[in-house]
Design a protein around this ligand. Structure first.
Ligand code: 5GP
Length: 213
């Protein structure tokens, strides 16, 4: 994948955002709201080897594939990044992302801390946002409130969360998900600010300057 900021056609190449958060921090709802409120921003649909949960639809929430299928995709280098999370495989398809970015769409990857590291290691230009719950207690309450996870599952997610939250220092921005609307507004603020950076506005601004000639 190219890290070039502009597409060959002269159209601005899309920006790549990463959102990571511990399980239960509410990132999916946050990012769904963000995408609804942000024209030209799309959420990438990951592949996973885990089974669909009740209420999840193949091709909507994830592309659900078998483990051998996922492993074949790894062998064929089809992933921009992939990771083993809770014993299941999750990955971002490189060509899906590339197609969106080339079309000038901004894309948000909702991926775990390991996946974010892999994207960064590839030297790809991204804006990475870490979403945190306001406290450990609030995270625990939210995980229990979902009531779809077993006690063992909740304990495992809480242990994982302890490690994950410490990774916030690797990100460009931190958003505390204390209140949904306010947290979505802060995410939108980040997207808007990133789009207004000089290197992304240079072409359009130069065009405006030419109208002054
Ligand atoms: P869940 O099974 O609860 O939907 O997701 C579990 C974890 O996998 C979450 O932290 C989620 O962000 C992460 N995840 C989902 N898709 C991807 C992906 O494509 N790549 C990586 N690295 N993590 C992912």
């Amino acid at each position: 994948m190219s890290s070039s900021p502009s597409a060959g056609s002269g159209q601005r190449r899309g920006l790549l955002f990463i959102v990571s958060a511990p399980s239960g921090a509410g990132k999916t709802t946050l990012v769904e709201r963000l995408v609804e409120q942000s024209p030209r921003l799309k959420m990438s649909r990951s592949y996973t080897s885990r089974a669909a949960r009740e209420g999840e639809t193949d091709g909507v929430d994830y592309n659900f594939v078998s483990r051998p299928h996922f492993e074949a995709m790894i062998a064929a280098s089809q992933f921009l990044e992939w990771a083993d999370v809770f014993g299941n495989l999750y990955g971002t398809c490189a060509t899906d992302t590339e197609t969106l970015l080339d079309a000038g769409q901004d894309v948000v990857l909702v991926i775990d801390v390991q996946g974010a590291r892999k994207v960064r290691q590839r030297g790809i230009e991204t804006t990475a946002i870490f979403v945190m719950p306001p406290s450990f207690d609030v995270l625990e309450q939210r995980l229990r409130g979902r009531s779809k996870d077993s006690e063992a599952d909740i304990q495992r997610r809480l242990r994982m969360a302890r490690d994950e939250v410490a990774s916030f220092v690797e990100y460009d921005y931190v958003v505390v998900n204390d209140e949904l609307t306010a947290a979505v507004d802060r995410l939108r603020g980040i997207v808007i600010a990133e789009r207004a950076r000089l290197n992304r506005m240079r072409g359009e601004a130069a065009g405006i300057v030419r109208t002054f000639a």
